[in-house]
Design a protein around this ligand. Structure first.
Ligand SMILES: Cc1cc2nc3c(=O)[nH]c(=O)nc-3n(C[C@H](O)[C@H](O)[C@H](O)COP(=O)(O)OP(=O)(O)OC[C@H]3O[C@@H](n4cnc5c(N)ncnc54)[C@H](O)[C@@H]3O)c2cc1C
Length: 415
């Protein structure tokens, strides 16, 4: 097979006879850049790929996704895979109910096992203030049909007997939240989008973006594409793309570290999260304990390196919470960027005054779980279907026209 031959890409897009996933030619680099496209999506993280798949599924296949690196290079390949419906605003609860439904169907619809397991999320409180916050959120979640309930410390101990309950004053537990394995999620979207006709071009950095009225010229290291519409799905790198059109985004990157232990016999069903420290951990299907903790003071950075400070903070907190983990070995440590926004919510739709340029960024530490539904809603809207209220509510303009003040700030920003 020759790189750059489109028909080879098509031949290569599906599973082989054994059902195993084969890497399509385009994703190995070197595939030809088309001269024009209806839609160019910049960024092949989970958000860009979900949008591409949903556009193609609804018949819009003249779509090109470009990424400067490999699939899963950004935050999408570095996250904890948590998917929850415990949120503090109605709009996010309802979005995440739909995302969970999409995750449940993912393996069947996209033909890849994403190891989605609904073992619940257990949020632990250590103060009356945290209990009050959880109770307020639970009332809202219950009104939306999410079955979260408040647990006493003893009841929390029945869900996870390994927790040391000293200082725990209560917990919020929703058994239908869950975790998934992030990488096959990206491969599933990419493979099916390619099978439907989308071009996904890795190792293709965008260097310039110019408005042409109509449309845009997207200049990459490997040539230019004339696009009628452009979607900026560059995660925490989105400001640099927006700036090319004179659009300032109020988002900033924060390095978030995470690590994984040796595999253990399965014992931990839910994702456990401690509100006071930002500690979270879950057990993967392979048995590893995957988790992180908030380490303040890392500043706004794209640095992806790992630190001993994180490892020490995480280990201390984790062993305090679950003393039996004290002898467990950490095998792998890595970091990725949170794409922070001022109110903790994503930035979507067209920026004020710029037509046909769409934003899909600012997902903080929860873009993976939101990508399925946001991609679907973008797919509906841009193919002439319903325009969901999130495209009016989560606009860039909310930060400048005063409307952000009328929306609740999302206070549940743990992954
Ligand atoms: C440690 C960690 C744990 C997390 N845990 C969770 C969790 O449990 N649950 C959850 O829902 N979310 C979690 N998140 C957040 C989640 O990973 C992100 O919100 C999500 O992956 C964002 O996806 P994205 O597609 O917007 O961005 P990314 O995955 O970052 O993709 C952006 C892409 O844009 C590309 N790009 C950048 N500049 C250019 C350019 N000039 N030209 C072309 N391409 C470019 C990059 O190469 C990258 O591939 C976590 C994040 C981290 C870092």
């Amino acid at each position: 097979m020759q790189p750059g031959n489109d028909s080879d890409d098509d031949d290569d897009a599906g599973p082989d006879a054994s059902g195993e996933f084969r890497v399509p030619a385009a994703l190995r680099g070197g595939a030809a850049l088309p001269e024009r496209a209806e839609v160019v999506i910049i960024g092949a993280g989970v958000v860009g790929l979900s949008i591409a798949y949903h556009l193609a599924k609804r018949g819009m296949t003249d779509v090109v996704v470009v990424d400067r690196g490999y699939l899963a290079e950004g935050a999408s390949g570095r996250n904890g895979g948590g998917v929850r419906q415990q949120w503090s605003t109605e709009i996010n609860i309802r979005l995440m109910q739909e995302s969970v439904a999409l995750c449940r169907r993912f393996a069947v619809e996209l033909g890849v096992n994403v190891w989605f397991r609904q073992g619940g999320y257990l949020f632990l409180a250590r103060s009356a203030k945290e209990i009050a916050r959880l109770e307020k959120n639970i009332a809202l979640q219950n009104r939306c049909g999410v079955s979260t309930r408040m647990l006493s410390p003893q009841e929390a101990g029945e869900v996870v007997p390994e927790i040391d309950l000293t200082g725990i004053v209560g917990a919020a537990y929703n058994p239908t939240d869950g975790i998934l394995f992030p990488w096959p999620f990206l491969w599933g979207y990419a493979r099916q989008a390619i099978a439907l006709g989308v071009k996904v071009l890795t190792h293709t950095p965008v260097r310039a973006l110019t408005a042409q009225k109509p449309g845009f010229t997207v200049e990459t290291d490997r040539g230019s594409i004339q696009a009628r519409r452009v979607i900026n799905a560059c995660g925490s790198w989105s400001p640099s793309i927006a700036k090319m059109l004179g659009v300032e985004l109020p988002t900033w990157p924060i390095r978030h570290e995470i690590c994984s232990s040796e595999p253990l016999k399965p014992f931990l069903r839910p994702m456990v999260s401690e509100l006071s420290s930002g500690l979270y951990c879950s057990q993967s299907m392979r048995g590893e304990i995957v988790g992180g903790v908030t380490v303040p003071g890392h500043g706004s950075t794209h640095a992806m390196g790992s630190t001993l400070e994180f490892l020490a903070t995480y280990s201390r907190r984790l062993v305090k919470l679950m003393p039996r983990l004290g002898d467990v070995k950490i095998l792998r440590q890595w970091a990725g960027p949170y794409d922070c926004s001022p109110d903790g919510n994503p930035i979507l739709g067209e920026p004020p005054g710029v037509r046909d340029f769409y934003l899909a960024c600012g997902f903080v530490g929860h873009g993976f779980m939101m990508a399925p539904i946001v991609g679907k809603l973008y797919g509906d809207w841009l193919t002439g279907g319903e325009r969901h209220e999130i495209f009016d509510r989560y606009t860039l303009g909310r930060f400048t026209d005063g409307s952000a003040a009328h929306h609740e700030k999302e206070d549940f920003n743990i992954g």
